[in-house]
Design a protein around this ligand. Sequence first.
Ligand code: NAG
Ligand code: NAG
Ligand code: NAG
Ligand code: NAG
Ligand code: NAG
Length: 204
Amino acid sequence: MHFFHLASVFVLAAAASDSDLPDIGASPSFRINANPPPDHPLSYIQGWNLSSYHISPCDDRAVFYPNDTGRIFYVNGTDDEFADRAATLHTDGGTPPWPWSVSVGAPNEAGETQGRRPVRIGCGTASPGLQVAEWPGTVYYQTGTWYVCNVTLIYGPAIALFWREKVERTPADCLNVELQSWCLRAGPGSEREFTRNSTCYSGL
Ligand SMILES: *[C@@H]1O[C@H](CO)[C@@H](O)[C@H](O)[C@H]1NC(C)=O
Ligand SMILES: *[C@@H]1O[C@H](CO)[C@@H](O)[C@H](O)[C@H]1NC(C)=O
Ligand SMILES: *[C@@H]1O[C@H](CO)[C@@H](O)[C@H](O)[C@H]1NC(C)=O
Ligand SMILES: *[C@@H]1O[C@H](CO)[C@@H](O)[C@H](O)[C@H]1NC(C)=O
Ligand SMILES: *[C@@H]1O[C@H](CO)[C@@H](O)[C@H](O)[C@H]1NC(C)=O
């Protein structure tokens, strides 16, 4: 009797932890949110949506804000570009809206970036290979790592997104972060010729 009781408790526990994992789906449009490790001063950005911080016309920085629905993203490219990891990440901006690009800064940029490689959203050239993994729904660029830092931008502090090569170190006070793509049912991207489905989490 005892034995059976214990066994069913284990089955229940396993079922509960499985249902905590979000489903994986696919959609042309998605939002991107932060999944940092716990126990760091910046871990409170868990679940914040990727948005943008206006710097100058056509030049925003990728940042995370609390209580913000974030931007709507989509990946563009031909079938070959998707397969070769050369597709590009976009989000509409401007008035009227048109495809803005997401790009990773060059190494050793001059200026306020302190050698870090910021992520920009605007009229620049999109970085090829910034797309969503087939499984699970994580956004990647080459083989490197995303991280966030609380930096002071032109109008004040922001939790800004950066990228580094795998062999480089995350700066002190900054935190590595996984970027998760979350399915959006409709939105820009759905009707574009070169937009394909991206893998995305589809709710708890
Ligand atoms: C995209 O994914 C949706 C499910 O979210 C599916 O219904 C649709 O067929 C997919 N489109 C393509 C072209 O794979
Ligand atoms: C988000 O909004 C909720 C409800 O308005 C509020 O309680 C919470 O403090 C906000 N979180 C942040 C980080 O601003
Ligand atoms: C992120 O955006 C979704 C809607 O797109 C919203 O439901 C969710 O509350 C947002 N998350 C945060 C932490 O603001
Ligand atoms: C989308 O990809 C196609 C095919 O490579 C290209 O012709 C088009 O310019 C791209 N659009 C954007 C907004 O980058
Ligand atoms: C970022 O740091 C500043 C101090 O430099 C602080 O005032 C602000 O609350 C921090 N922002 C967040 C979102 O933690």
